[in-house]
Design a binder for this molecule. Structure first.
Ligand code: 4H7
Length: 253
């Protein structure tokens, strides 16, 4: 999958996307990043890419010309799906991440300052995306978050094929807790079942942990996901116990 990133600050991306899993996938040729510096496209003799806002108001607005020409240089005559990172966008979630991972190429526009002239958005943007209801100084960090989330769904990016299928098994729920060596540390022992070698019980424990955590921390997610009869029964038990106000001890069996 290829990401074309239109930004005034291409260097912000390099350290992040060259490391770890995403970096390795790029070296393997599964992912590619094309950084397009919007400033390289300005026709302004002083190299300016922004200007005062019509109607007043604080701050500078990124002008149409450099962004539009940068976008044209990437797309030519063939439009490519173009995303603009903005607080007004569609909230990014795993479902949208999955949708975006189906493209084999994306163009991502990162605004800075007060954002970009509305007319570029009208002309070239297919989807505005937000990574959450908070304000940042630029769209670069949102772009990196989105690229990371989308990239890990591209086949071959994650190390084991397993990692992904395991996770999708818990789709829509929070993940169960993880433990590694040593068996005891800080006076705390790894849950016995994980050392038992009894795979069926381990799977059951993981599922219950997922359901329990989701119920406790993100009940909103629980309402959206489809549960088996067994899952339902387990969650019902939790509800009953919550009424007794013993939340920290709700699940001792
Ligand atoms: C595009 C338009 C995304 C980009 C406006 C970007 C949060 C997110 C930005 C702005 C972003 C997100 C203009 C918003 C200046 C803030 C004070 C850059 N912030 N700005 N405002 N949630 N900021 O995805």
């Amino acid at each position: 999958m290829k990401f074309n990133i239109l930004t005034l600050f291409p260097d912000m991306f390099k350290g992040v996307l060259e490391e770890s899993i995403i970096g390795r996938a790029e070296k393997k040729g599964i992912l590619s990043f094309n950084y397009v510096n919007i400033r390289d496209f300005t026709n302004d003799k002083h190299g300016r890419v922004d200007d005062y806002a019509y109607g007043g108001g604080t701050g500078l607005v990124m002008a149409v010309q450099p962004i539009y020409d940068a976008w044209k240089s990437v797309c030519g005559e063939k439009k490519k799906f173009t995303v603009y990172m903005s607080p007004q966008g569609k909230p990014l979630n795993q479902q949208l991440v999955q949708q975006l991972s189906s493209y084999d190429e994306l163009v991502i526009i990162c605004g800075h300052y007060e954002g970009i002239d509305e007319r570029v958005i009208e002309e070239v943007v297919d989807m505005e995306v937000s990574i959450g209801d908070y304000v940042l100084t630029g769209g670069e960090i949102p772009a990196m978050a989105m690229i990371d989330a989308v990239s890990r769904l591209v086949p071959g990016v994650l190390p084991g094929e397993e990692a992904y299928s395991e996770e999708s098994h818990y789709n829509g729920l929070l993940e169960y807790p993880n433990y590694t060596r040593p068996e005891t540390i800080l006076g705390k022992k790894v849950p016995d079942v994980l050392l038992s070698g009894h795979h069926k019980n381990i799977e059951k424990w993981k599922r219950k942990q997922s359901l329990f955590r989701t119920w406790l921390k993100r009940p909103d997610l629980l309402r959206k996901v489809k549960l088996s009869k067994e899952d339902e029964n387990f969650v019902k038990k939790l509800k009953y116990k919550r009424r007794n106000r013993v939340q920290s001890a709700v699940w001792n069996e």
